[in-house]
Design a protein around this ligand. Structure first.
Ligand code: SF4
Length: 185
C-alpha cells in the first residue's frame, strides 16, 4: 500500500505592521533603505498593515510586531496608538519623534495657539474629513501606551532596523530597552 506523500511544513511568517503618527515619513524611508535585506524581511514576515507600504485601511488583530513612527499629536493618534497596543504583541518606538517627540515637539516652542491657527488658516471651510483634534501637548508614544523597545535616530539607521528585525525573528531580545537618547528640540 502506497503511503501518502509527506506534506512540507511551511514555516509561519510573523505578522509585521508599521504605523505612522505625527512624523515626516523619514523613518519609513529608512525602512525602505534596507534594499536587498527587504527580501530577507519578506521571507520571515508578512506585512499586514502599513500606512505607507501597503493599502490597508484598518489595523488588524493579532499583529506580532509593529514599528511605530511619529509622536502622538492628536486625539486620532492617541486612539490609533491604543488600537495598536491592543492588537500587537510587541510595539517598537521607531525614531526620535516616537521616542521623545523630536521635531513634532517643536510645536511647544510656538505660542500655545499658533499651531492650530496655522493649520486652520490653510484649511478650506467645512473641510472633509474634519481637521484633526490636536492634543494640548505632543506626547511621546510611551506616554500613551507601553512600548517594548526603542530604536533612536532621526531617522534610525537602516542597519539598526535590520538588526532589530533579525533579533525579533530569531527570538532574541529586540534591543536594550534602557537606551534612551537625550531630548532634542
Ligand atoms: Fe522624520 Fe526624524 Fe521624526 Fe523619523 S524621527 S519621523 S525621520 S523627523
Amino acid at each position: 500500500m502506497s503511503q501518502a506523500p509527506a506534506t512540507a511544513t511551511v514555516p509561519e511568517r510573523l505578522r509585521l505592521a508599521t504605523a505612522a503618527l505625527a512624523g515626516c515619513s523619514g523613518c519609513h524611508m529608512a525602512l525602505l533603505d534596507l534594499h536587498l535585506e527587504l527580501l530577507e524581511l519578506a521571507a520571515h514576515t508578512e506585512l499586514v498593515a502599513s500606512a505607507m507600504l501597503c493599502d490597508t485601511k484598518h489595523y488588524p488583530d493579532k499583529v506580532d510586531l509593529c514599528l511605530v513612527e511619529g509622536a502622538v499629536a492628536s486625539e486620532e493618534h492617541r486612539l490609533f496608538a491604543k488600537r495598536i497596543r491592543q492588537c500587537t504583541a510587541r510595539v517598537v518606538a521607531l525614531g526620535d519623534c516616537a521616542i521623545h517627540t523630536n521635531i513634532t515637539g517643536l510645536r511647544h516652542r510656538c505660542p500655545s495657539d499658533l499651531a492650530p491657527r496655522l493649520v486652520l488658516s490653510e484649511a478650506p471651510a467645512g473641510s472633509d474629513p474634519p481637521l484633526p483634534q490636536l492634543l494640548e501637548v505632543v506626547l511621546p508614544l510611551e506616554a500613551v501606551i507601553a512600548v517594548d523597545a526603542y530604536l533612536p535616530g532621526c531617522p534610525p539607521r537602516a542597519g539598526a532596523i535590520a538588526s532589530l528585525l533579525r533579533r525579533w525573528w530569531q527570538q532574541q531580545p529586540l534591543i536594550d530597552a534602557e537606551v534612551r537618547p537625550q531630548r532634542f528640540g
